[in-house]
Design a protein around this ligand. Structure first.
Ligand code: WT7
Length: 659
C-alpha cells in the first residue's frame, strides 16, 4: 500500500445527507472561499462583515496595519454585540423562540425565549447603569454557569462596559489579581454554586479577594442569589441581583460602540509572569464568532446547540454567550458536571433536549469512555442520541482512539466531528474542518478556516515542507484576533509578534505538522512553558511562583507529564528550605503544598506529583534543565548527555515520588 492509499484509508467523508443541507457544502465551496480571501484579503472580510453583522454605522476602513501588530478592523464602524445577539433576532420574528434551555445541577429545566432574554439583559443593563457603570468601565464576572452569567455578559456588552469573566474555580488570590489588573469597578457574583449535588460558596472568595488589597477600584458587588445559603453582605457595597433589577425597565437603548471598543478581557496563562488580560474587540470578534458558528457548527436557527464549556473560558464566550445567540440558535446552558448524578448525564441531556450539535473537550470524552467501560449503564448506547448531527472537540489534541469512540458510540457513525484548533487569543476557530466539506482524519484539525493564513515554520520563520514538524504561525492578521494585552502592549508584541520572525507572524505557541499528502494540520502541543491540563491552560511559572510563596519552599520547577485522562499532569520538583523529607513526612508536605497551590491559584493548578530534591538539575551557568525534568517526570531512563550538568547525583533523588 502506498502512503497515499494509507492516508486515504483513514479519511471520513462528510455524509451525503449532511452535505446536502450544509451551509458550506462540499470542498469546492470551501476552496472558493479560500480563493476569494487569497485574491482580495480585505475585500473578503469586508464582504462577510457586511453580510453577517448588523452595523449601526457602516465601516469604510477594513484592516488598518498602521500600528502593527496593533491591528484594527472595521475601525470607523459602530455596532453593539448585544443588539446583534438579541434585538436582531426578536425583530426578525424569533422573539418567542427559545434561546436558552438551562439545566440546573439537580436536573431542573428553565427555558428563556429571545424576547425574555432581551428583557432580562435590558433590565440588568439598567441596573448596571443605576450603580454608575458605563462605557469603558471594567466589570469582573465571577458566576457559575447560569442564565444570569450570560445576562451579565450581554448587559455589559449592551452598555459598552468591558467584562472580564473569572472562572468560578479560581481562588480568591487569582480573582484579586484579575480585579486589580483590570481596574474593575464592579464584581458580579453569586452566593453559592451548585455542582455535583453540592452547594459550594462563591461569595466568600469575593470578600476575601477584596480584603487582600489592590481592589480599591471596586465600588459595588452584585450578588445573584442562587441557593439562598448563608451570605455575608457588606452594607453600602454589596447588593442583591434581584434588588438591583427591581423596578428597572425592560428596554435599554444599546450603546453604539466603535468596532475596536474592547468587548472583553479574558485572563489566560503565558509562559512567564502573571496571567495576561487578552483584550478582544467588538466588531472583528463578533464577525469571527458568527462566521465560525455558522460554518464550523453549521448552526441554523432550527438547531439545538450544546457547548459544554464554562463561561469562564473563551469557549464559553464565543460558543455560548455570543456565537449561537447571534445566529438565532437554541442552546443548552448546563450548571453541573458530566459525572453527576452519573456519567450518563451528557447522553441523557442530549436525549432529553434533542441536541443536534454537541461540542465538548477530549478530557471529558476520555473520562466518559472510562466510565462507560466500567459501568455499562452509562454507556451512550443506552440513550437515544439520534438527534445529533454534528459533534465537536476543543481544547487539546484528541487522540484517534477517543475520536473513533466518540464518532461510533455518540455520533452513531453518522455525525462529522469538527476538531477545532483555536486559542483564547484567536477569538474563534482557526484550524478546523467544515463539516459539510472537509474529509476528516482522526487526530487532525485538518485545514484553516476560510481566510485564515496558518503556516508551519522553523526558528527563522522559513516555511517547512509538509511532513516536517515546526512552529505554528498565522501569516496575516484576522478579524477576531487579540488586540493587545490589557495594560501591557509590549508584552503583547513580545509574546505574539516576536523579533525572531521580524514581527511579521503571529506566534500561536504551539508546534504543528502538516500531512505530507493532504497538508492537514496536526497540533503537536505547546512549544512554550504552558501546560494543558484537562483542556485548561496553566503556566509552569505561575505554579512555580505559587510554590515558592510557601514558607517551606526554596525553589521549584514545574513540568508536564503526558496523562491518559487529562492530557497532561502537573509534576513539581521542589527544594525545601530545610532537609529533604522522606516517608510519611514527605507525604504530609506534598499534601500541604498541593492545598497551598489550590488556594493560591485554584484547584486546577494543584500538582499531581511533587518530588523533593536537595537541589535541581542545573547547568554550570545555573539554568534548570527542564528537558531532564520532563524525562524524569515521565519515568524515562536518562539517556541524554548530562555532561553539562553541575550536579548529576541529584537525578536519582528526583526519580522517586514521596512515599
Ligand atoms: C491552547 C489554547 C480554544 C479554546 C479552549 C482552549 C490547545 C486548543 C486544540 C485542538 C490541539 C488544541 C493549544 C492551544 N488546543 N484546541 N483542537 N487541538 N490543541 O483555549 O486556554 O487559550 O488554550 O489549547 O495548545 O494553544 P486556551
Amino acid at each position: 500500500m502506498s502512503s497515499n492509499e494509507s492516508a486515504e484509508a483513514r479519511l471520513y467523508y462528510p455524509p451525503e445527507e449532511f452535505v446536502r443541507q450544509a451551509t458550506i457544502s462540499g470542498m469546492d465551496a470551501y476552496k472558493s472561499l479560500c480563493d476569494e480571501a487569497q485574491r482580495d484579503y480585505e475585500g473578503y472580510w469586508a464582504r462577510l462583515a457586511r453580510e453577517h453583522v448588523v452595523w449601526h454605522k457602516p465601516f469604510t476602513q477594513v484592516l488598518d496595519q498602521g500600528e502593527a501588530p496593533f491591528f484594527k478592523w472595521f475601525a470607523d464602524g459602530q455596532l453593539n454585540v448585544s443588539y446583534n445577539c438579541l434585538d436582531r433576532n426578536v425583530q426578525s420574528g424569533l422573539g418567542d423562540k427559545v434561546a436558552i434551555i438551562f439545566e440546573a445541577d439537580n436536573g431542573r429545566v428553565t427555558k428563556v425565549t429571545y424576547s425574555e432574554l432581551l428583557a432580562k439583559v435590558c433590565q440588568f443593563s439598567n441596573a448596571l447603569k443605576s450603580v454608575g457603570v458605563g462605557k469603558g468601565d471594567r466589570v469582573v464576572i465571577y458566576l457559575p454557569m447560569s442564565v444570569e452569567g450570560i445576562v451579565a455578559m450581554q448587559a455589559c456588552a449592551r452598555i459598552g462596559a468591558t467584562h472580564s469573566v473569572v472562572f468560578g474555580g479560581f481562588s480568591a488570590q487569582s480573582l484579586r489579581d484579575r480585579i486589580n489588573d483590570a481596574g474593575a469597578v464592579l464584581v458580579i457574583t453569586a452566593d453559592e454554586q451548585c455542582r455535583g449535588g453540592k452547594n459550594i460558596p462563591l461569595k466568600p472568595a469575593v470578600d476575601e479577594a477584596l480584603s487582600l488589597g489592590g481592589c480599591e477600584s471596586i465600588r459595588n458587588v452584585v450578588v445573584y442569589q442562587r441557593t439562598g445559603g448563608a451570605c455575608n453582605m457588606v452594607a453600602g457595597r454589596d447588593l442583591w441581583w434581584h434588588d438591583a433589577v427591581q423596578g428597572q425597565g425592560d428596554a435599554c437603548e444599546p450603546e453604539w460602540v466603535e468596532a475596536e471598543h474592547p468587548l472583553f478581557l479574558l485572563y489566560t496563562s503565558g509562559s512567564t509572569g502573571k496571567p495576561k488580560g487578552v483584550q478582544h474587540s467588538t466588531g472583528g470578534y463578533l464577525l469571527q464568532a458568527v462566521l465560525t458558528t455558522k460554518w464550523t457548527f453549521d448552526l441554523k436557527p432550527v438547531d439545538v446547540f450544546w457547548c459544554t464549556a464554562d463561561i469562564g473560558w473563551v469557549t464559553g464566550h464565543t460558543y455560548i454567550t455570543y456565537g449561537p445567540l447571534a445566529c438565532g440558535g437554541t442552546e443548552i446552558v448546563f450548571e453541573g458536571v458530566p459525572s453527576y448524578p452519573d456519567a450518563g448525564r451528557f447522553w441523557k441531556m442530549i436525549q432529553d433536549h434533542k441536541v443536534n450539535i454537541f461540542y465538548t473537550a477530549p478530557t471529558a470524552i476520555r473520562s466518559l469512555i472510562k466510565a462507560a467501560e466500567t459501568n455499562p449503564v452509562v454507556h451512550p448506547r443506552n440513550y437515544d442520541l439520534g438527534s445529533l448531527r454534528l459533534m465537536g472537540s476543543v481544547g487539546e489534541p484528541i487522540n484517534p482512539a477517543a475520536w473513533e469512540w466518540y464518532h461510533r458510540n455518540v455520533g452513531g457513525g453518522r455525525c462529522p466531528i469538527v476538531d477545532t484548533f483555536w486559542q483564547t487569543e484567536t477569538g474563534g476557530h482557526m484550524i478546523t474542518p467544515l463539516p459539510g466539506a472537509t474529509p476528516l482524519v482522526p487526530g487532525s484539525c485538518t485545514l484553516p478556516f476560510p481566510g485564515i493564513q496558518a503556516s508551519v515554520v522553523d526558528e527563522t520563520g522559513a516555511e517547512v515542507p509538509w511532513g516536517q514538524g515546526g512552529i505554528l504561525v498565522m501569516k496575516k492578521p484576522w478579524p477576531g484576533m487579540i488586540r493587545t494585552i490589557w495594560g501591557d502592549p509590549e508584552r503583547f508584541r513580545k509574546s505574539y509578534y516576536p523579533a525572531d520572525f521580524q514581527g511579521k507572524y503571529y506566534l500561536a505557541g504551539d508546534g504543528a505538522i502538516r500531512d505530507r499528502n493532504t497538508g492537514y494540520f496536526t497540533i503537536t502541543g505547546r512549544i512554550d512553558d504552558v501546560l494543558n491540563v484537562s483542556g485548561h491552560r496553566m503556566g509552569t511559572m505561575e505554579i512555580e511562583s505559587a510554590l515558592v510563596a510557601h514558607p517551606l519552599v526554596a525553589e521549584s520547577a514545574v513540568v508536564g507529564r503526558p496523562d491518559e485522562l487529562t492530557g497532561e499532569a502537573i509534576v513539581a520538583f521542589v527544594v525545601l528550605r530545610r532537609s529533604r523529607p522522606t516517608g510519611e513526612e514527605a507525604k504530609k508536605i506534598v499534601a500541604e503544598l498541593q492545598a497551598w497551590v489550590g488556594k493560591e491559584i485554584g484547584p486546577i493548578a494543584k500538582p499531581r506529583d511533587i518530588r523533593f530534591g536537595d537541589n535541581l538539575p542545573k547547568t554550570r551557568s545555573g539554568k534548570i534543565m527542564r528537558r531532564l525534568l520532563r524525562a524524569i517526570a515521565k519515568g524515562e531512563d536518562i539517556t541524554q548527555d548530562v555532561s553539562t550538568l553541575e550536579n548529576p547525583a541529584i537525578l536519582d533523588q528526583l526519580k522517586h515520588g514521596a512515599g
